[in-house]
Design a protein around this ligand. Structure first.
Ligand SMILES: Nc1nc2c(ncn2[C@@H]2O[C@H](COP(=O)(O)OP(=O)(O)OP(=O)(O)O)[C@@H](O)[C@H]2O)c(=O)[nH]1
Ligand SMILES: [Mg+2]
Length: 438
């Protein structure tokens, strides 16, 4: 049976999708997302199988009877692979494969596979390889042939090091060697990623002082499209899941005198494998360092509200729970069910409704971001030497001058200015700044 799982890839394979939902829980959201995931991985979905189950069967998850039904369908549809929406234990996968007689994958393995095919930069490749090894490692008791796949995905990897994979059959002893090699490779990968990370932190520190916005959101919500609309980033946009794995940062000028940095990130998905979140921490660091998160929501998706929740969960997990967030309700041009839109607007009254594709709502977005950038408006009295023209021109450009009074060689200016712009004003060295309201 080992041979079934020699490759975990699902490209072009004929797949049957399975979702088992506990009877005690209501609904579940069907197989729409798993279908999108499978198709994004390149599989051809030939059948779908949804099952309400009373309890999770320790051996086969869905129970032996249902597994036999599944076997029948696998034969009928000449399927190559069965993909579960649920996360399965290695033991469950083994038992299921024995019954259905085709390869069985779980949701996390599918997501890891998509990430492996999408990874382009060195960092992304290393991150994916690490996640795959960490997911696989505990499963090694039964499937060290899986290492084969990892070699294909990540380049010269653990399997490359194993070398004599043809010497299989040595059983436990071989397993011990594999384990040691895997854990050595994991250490190597972590070290290499730390180096890249240090470089990245230097890069991020270099941008200190600039206002940073990070686009976050469910995969396929339109983050890259929005970045392209706002800047000339030219980020590839695709109607498939996880099109973007790398961050890209561009300058954006939402309004005159306001310049910010805006970054695109990897998309989120519900039940993102924990190992992936962990190894993409560096990429998600962009979000941790942002001054403002722009949460892009595909409000035309029937599951939009659940997706918002999943994204908020991941944000919490990476330590961004307390960051200022601006919800961007995207794709309003194709909303058919107004209910989601209305609920989202009620939940997030400050949200901006827009279409990154048609440009609808862009002005609103610019205005909202500018206001966030400037912060709460303060009433100030600024004293400055008449020879220091910079203070006046700064206040004219970024705030609103209400009154000017000349006393000897000093100008007293009453002006409104955003709280976040105070540091910049201070750098121009006026004689005194008094905040006259709080
Ligand atoms: N109708 C419509 N389609 C949009 C809009 N914004 C994005 N799309 C489409 O949605 C799909 C996904 O867009 P992307 O920008 O790649 O989404 P993403 O959030 O970057 O996705 P990942 O990188 O996979 O996380 C593409 O087919 C876009 O053309 C919009 O406002 N309206
Ligand atoms: Mg993208």
């Amino acid at each position: 049976m080992e041979k079934l799982r020699q490759t975990l890839r699902v490209r072009k394979e004929r797949a049957i999708l399975v979702a088992a939902v506990l009877r005690s829980r209501d609904g579940g959201d069907g197989l729409a997302e798993l279908t999108a995931l499978a198709e994004s991985a390149g599989a051809v979905v030939v059948d779908r199988f949804q099952q309400k189950i009373r309890t999770i069967n320790a051996g086969t998850y869905i129970g032996k009877g249902k597994a036999s039904q599944l076997a029948g369908r696998a034969r009928r549809f000449t399927a190559d692979v069965v993909i579960f929406d649920n996360d399965l234990s290695p033991g469950q996968i083994r038992e299921l494969e024995e019954i259905v007689e085709v390869k069985v994958l779980d949701r996390s393995e599918l997501i890891l596979d998509i990430f492996a095919t999408r990874a382009k930069t060195r960092q992304a490749k290393l991150q994916v390889e690490l996640a795959q090894l960490e997911y696989t490692y505990p499963r090694l008791t039964r499937m060290w042939s899986h290492l084969d796949t990892l070699a294909g995905a990540g380049g010269a990897t653990a399997a490359g090091a194993v070398g004599g994979i043809g010497t299989r059959g040595a059983g436990e002893q071989q397993l011990e060697i594999d384990r040691r090699l895997v854990s050595k490779r994991i250490t190597e990968l972590k070290r290499e990623l730390e180096n890249i990370d240090r470089r990245r932190i230097r890069e991020i520190n270099g941008r200190r002082g600039l206002f940073k916005i990070c686009l976050v959101g469910y995969t396929n919500a339109g983050k890259s499209t929005l970045l392209n609309t706002l800047t000339d980033a030219g980020v590839p946009v695709e109607d498939r899941l996880f099109a973007t794995l790398d961050t890209r940062t561009r300058k954006w000028t939402p309004s005159k005198g306001t310049e910010v940095l805006i970054s695109d990130t990897v998309g989120f998905v519900k039940h993102l494998p924990h190992q992936l979140v962990a190894s993409f921490k560096a990429t998600l660091e962009e979000a941790v360092n942002a001054d403002l998160l722009m949460h892009v929501v595909d409000v035309s998706n029937p599951d939009a509200l659940k997706q918002i929740e999943s994204v908020n969960n991941v944000l919490e997990e990476i330590g961004c729970g307390e960051k200022p967030i601006l919800e961007v309700l995207n794709k309003v041009d194709v909303v058919t069910n107004i209910g989601n839109l209305e609920t989202a607007q009620t939940l997030y009254p400050d949200a901006v409704c827009m279409s990154a594709k048609t440009g609808y709502g862009l002005d609103d977005l610019r205005e909202t971001v500018t206001a966030k950038y400037k912060g709460t408006e303060l009433l100030l009295r600024v004293a400055s030497s008449q020879s220091n023209g910079k203070v006046q021109s700064f206040l004219r450009a970024h705030g609103r001058i209400l009154n000017e009074q000349y006393v000897d060689s000093t100008v007293l200016i009453d002006a409104k200015l955003g709280r976040n712009q105070l540091p910049e004003l201070r750098r121009l060295r006026p004689q005194a700044i008094e905040i006259t309201d709080a």
